[in-house]
Design a protein around this ligand. Sequence first.
Ligand code: AMP
Ligand code: MG
Length: 327
Amino acid sequence: MQTRVLNEHDPAAVAAVVDVLQRGGVCALPTETVYGLAGRGLDDECVRAIYAAKGRPADNPVILHVGAVDDAWPLWVLSTVEERRAALLAQAFWPGPLTIVAEASDVVPAVPRAGLSRVAVRVPRHAFARAVAVALGEPFAAPSANLSGRPSPTTAADVLETLRGRIPLVVDGGACSAGIESSVVDVIGARPQLLRPGALSVLELKKVLPDLDVRRPGSAAHVDDASPGLRHRHYAPALPTLLVSEVDSLWSDDDVALVVDDVTAARLGPRAGFAAVLPAEPRGYARALYAALYRAERAQPARLAVLQVPDDEAWASVRDRLLRATA
Ligand code: AMP
Ligand code: MG
């Protein structure tokens, strides 16, 4: 299959995506988090086509993307307290990089839920993604536009790195502004729960839901029943990758590609081998991380070493992804 690339500002781009989706196909498009692999979200066959293109395990549910806040409510059945939590979150963060999980209504078939009773929904902020949802007139599902297990793509070139020839169309919207996946919050239960740390910080989320349970995502029991996607290996570059506590001893080893922060790089000076130098601040680091992993791969080193980041709440999302990429 030939993979066509259209610019997001091409006047035919939205219609081209809608046409592929309405025929039951999938294509890659930009969102503010990472590039998504979109397909019609309320049709089991169309969602299966997404899983097939990505090689995604079928027990990993997808996020439904809608064009407006009002389009989210019919997808759920909510108690009064759940509805209040969802409304507070929606008011504060939608459109934006927040995914809300709640009990699915009967308009949501089994495959996008991966057989669970709950469904994940988000209103993206990215103008192109939202225009697609509006023009399509129904939710689209969109997991990250990469082969399952590989880093999420934050540029059209990085989508092509793993999906060229597997999908008919990629819409190029430049680099994603957040560069990391959405934060996922489950509004069911005694306390709302952070299922996946992401583009929004815990601090921002707690301002809106002070009783948010942020028990360290990654603890097995918690992850298994609540957020099945976190079970799988994720975000891994296609070369041996290590998380290291210092890079001083690797700095002169040209066979190792490095991902480091700019403060460390400035301290150690110029280096002959490949180094991706990222901002020493969590938002900037998150925005640049996945692209850096793909660049490091292309440098074809023997291995890749990523310098560990601080163990505090501000860095929680980045730490989560680094631990999974190097597990
Ligand atoms: P992504 O891979 O970025 O599309 O994100 C999907 C992730 O959202 C999954 O891996 C889960 O962690 C979470 N998620 C999606 N749907 C559900 C659901 N029904 N219940 C719990 N978590 C979900
Ligand atoms: Mg993904």
